[in-house]
Design a binder for this molecule. Structure first.
Ligand SMILES: NC(=O)c1ccc[n+]([C@@H]2O[C@H](COP(=O)([O-])OP(=O)(O)OC[C@H]3O[C@@H](n4cnc5c(N)ncnc54)[C@H](OP(=O)(O)O)[C@@H]3O)[C@@H](O)[C@H]2O)c1
Length: 278
């Protein structure tokens, strides 16, 4: 059944899984992405009206991150437009301990539209579908802050929570904090991926400055370098982020997935196999 639910970022790490969760319940949401029809492009407001037309509820993931300059203005414009077009509920994916993300949450909370905020810690899938994958494939992982404790959370758990609160209005007005069930370090993670993928991965503990210099040497775009530096220096080190919260258990009635469970499943897909050079 075609529905009046829009999933912005519906082909991304969490959005794709939210779409699958809804489909399991027989609901076919509209996908918000540049390649969807109608298309939705954060950088082209002319696309927004068609994408939101007839929509009652929406899951919003901002790309690339709510911390980047311009995100707050985009969330503000989208929220006002949504209200004007009759959207009844917004579920916003936010980041734990990010001042900029909290400013975006406030826009949604104050909009007068029903909402649920899903505030997430760092995703497991950053190691298999995002910026940490390349270093795993290279066999050498060099990262700063190797001992910082992080409650990495699984994108499948985030998506199941997001789909639940989209459909269940008893969560309206709530901020759900989604974290994994344990605090782990980068060193633990590399060790776990090494064991589950049966690969010899080397971990190098480096300074943040060395990490940034390395990205610049590899000609990583300036805005990406800025974002990663910001995430390490402001988000990772924020004590608020170094806590396990049990909201996943509360909403889903089961335990959140451990990093080991994620790594065992992911290793089976072959995504961490070394790239063979012909
Ligand atoms: N990664 C983490 O550890 C973490 C932790 C906490 C919070 N967050 C938050 O998570 C959000 C990202 O969510 P996610 O990881 O689920 O998504 P994602 O995988 O980063 O996003 C990819 C999605 O965004 C779409 N997209 C890319 N550029 C776009 C554009 N210009 N206009 C419209 N759509 C565009 C892509 O579709 P097309 O390419 O087809 O357009 C795709 O559907 C961020 O706001 C971040 O703050 C992330």
């Amino acid at each position: 059944m075609n529905s009046n639910i829009l999933v912005i970022g519906g082909t991304g790490k969490t959005g794709r899984r939210v779409v699958q969760q809804l489909q399991k319940k027989g609901i076919e949401p509209r996908i918000g992405s540049r390649n969807a029809s109608p298309s939705f492009d954060w950088d082209n407001k002319d696309t927004w009206v068609n994408a939101l037309n007839g929509i009652e509820k929406m899951y919003v993931t901002y790309y690339p991150d709510l911390a980047v300059p311009g995100a707050k203005e985009a969330i503000e414009s989208l929220t006002y437009l949504a209200k004007e077009l009759g959207v009844k509920k917004i579920v916003l994916l936010s980041g734990k301990g990010e001042v900029e993300a909290e400013a975006c949450e406030t826009i949604v909370k104050d909009s007068g539209v029903d909402y649920t905020i899903v505030r997430a810690s760092w995703f497991n899938q950053n190691w298999s579908e995002s910026f940490f994958l390349e270093s795993i494939l290279s066999g050498e992982v060099a990262l700063p802050m190797s001992e910082v404790l992080i409650p990495f959370v699984d994108a499948n758990d985030i998506a199941e929570v997001a789909a639940t609160v989209l459909l269940d209005d008893t969560y309206n007005g709530e901020t759900i904090e989604v974290t994994g069930p344990e605090l782990i370090t980068f060193k633990d993670i590399v060790h776990t991926i090494s064991k589950t993928s049966k690969r010899r991965l080397k971990f190098h503990d480096i300074t943040l400055q060395q990490y940034i210099d390395g990205m610049k040497e590899m000609q990583t775009p300036d805005d990406v370098v800025w974002l990663i530096e910001y995430l390490f220096s402001h988000v990772l080190t924020n004590p608020k982020n170094q806590q396990v919260v049990h909201d996943i258990d509360r909403v889903l009635g089961r335990k959140a997935k451990t990093f080991l469970e994620y790594a065992q499943e992911t290793a089976k897909t072959g995504i961490w196999n070394p790239i063979s050079v012909e």
